[in-house]
Design a protein around this ligand. Sequence first.
Ligand SMILES: [Zn+2]
Length: 63
Amino acid sequence: MVLSDLAAGAVIETKKPHACGGRTWEILRAGADRTIKCLTCGRIVVLLPDELLKRTRRIGGKA
Ligand SMILES: [Zn+2]
C-alpha cells in the first residue's frame, strides 16, 4: 500500500477502531492533508498523509 492509494473517494479500514467502534472511513479530500469521514458515526477528521498511511490496515471495506 502506498500513499497514492489513499485518494479521494477511497474507502479504508483502520488498524484501530474509532471511538464509535467503526473501522471504515471514506477519504473525502486528498491534498496536503487527508480529510476522512467515519462511515459509522459520520465524524470528520483531518490527518497528515503519513499518519493516515500508518493507521490504515487495508484499502476497501465496503460490503
Ligand atoms: Zn466513528
